[in-house]
Design a protein around this ligand. Structure first.
Ligand SMILES: CC(C)(COP(=O)(O)OP(=O)(O)OC[C@H]1O[C@@H](n2cnc3c(N)ncnc32)[C@H](O)[C@@H]1O)[C@@H](O)C(=O)NCCC(=O)NCCS
Ligand SMILES: Nc1ncnc2c1ncn2[C@@H]1O[C@H](COP(=O)(O)OP(=O)(O)OP(=O)(O)O)[C@@H](O)[C@H]1O
Length: 192
């Protein structure tokens, strides 16, 4: 079974593209969602994050996302340390999940794939791109986030130009219908 990594910067539309693969019957693993579950369920992750960021990293309902985001997207060292706590656990969880799937290929959707070397465990990688201004517009409409906060996350991710050098397949996600057709075409190629 092949592992296809799917990534793209904030607001590029990678989750939208992942859903299109899912509709075609492809098993899809959303690393962001699994990371969220693990930060709330794993005692080890919790204790390491509290040690690094302080007791305020958690509330009674789980990870204090606003607090953590404020801290780490302003501080590269802290971001790297948090990634080091979370990413290896997500990688292990993904491997277990993938080994239980019965399919020609699976999609692993992750915001951070090239930046942390995760792409090396993939047979192929797909990069979703869209112009920066469009991505900001989309996230402003979707989330309760400011333009400055979105730009701060962009600054902590590689640019599309850097990612394009390593990606095998690129989906320019401007028009949803064009993107859907492109996903069908890629799906056929991956099965052949
Ligand atoms: C910092 C956290 C708590 C912020 O939570 P919040 O609900 O505000 O954001 P959410 O998780 O929905 O992420 C939204 C977007 O932010 C960007 N982002 C998230 N984590 C990172 C990161 N480590 N580095 C760069 N950008 C990131 C991505 O574009 C992502 O799609 C959360 O993102 C987190 O736990 N991040 C670390 C885990 C991680 O790296 N996840 C991404 C891939 S597994
Ligand atoms: N081609 C498109 N045209 C218009 N809106 C789009 C398009 N693609 C995605 N969107 C919308 O833009 C927003 C961002 O898309 P999506 O959540 O798929 O991006 P993402 O790359 O997963 O973002 P993040 O990194 O923040 O999780 C969503 O509200 C989605 O519905």
């Amino acid at each position: 079974m092949k592992i296809i990594g799917l990534t793209g910067g904030i607001g590029s539309g990678k989750t939208t593209v992942a859903s299109m693969f899912s509709e075609l019957g492809v098993p899809v693993y959303i690393a962001d969602v699994e990371a969220k579950k693990l930060t709330n369920s794993s005692k080890v992750i919790r204790s390491e994050l509290v040690k690094l960021l302080g007791e305020a990293a958690y509330t009674e309902t789980g990870l204090n996302r606003t607090f953590v985001a404020d801290k780490i997207f302003n501080n590269t060292d802290l971001l790297k340390a948090v990634n080091k706590i979370i990413h290896p656990r997500v990688a292990t969880h993904f491997k277990k999940w993938a080994s239980s799937q019965n399919s020609a290929y699976v999609i692993k959707e992750a915001a951070i794939l090239f930046e942390n070397g995760g792409y090396k465990d993939c047979d192929k990688t797909i990069l979703v791109t869209a112009p920066k201004a469009e991505r900001i517009k989309r996230v402003l409409a979707r989330d309760n986030a400011s333009k400055a906060e979105i730009e701060q996350r962009m600054n902590n991710q590689w640019s599309d130009e850097e990612k394009q050098k390593l990606a095998d397949i690129i989906i320019e996600n401007i028009n949803l219908e064009t993107t859907r057709n492109r996903v069908s075409e890629i799906h056929k190629n991956l099965l052949s």
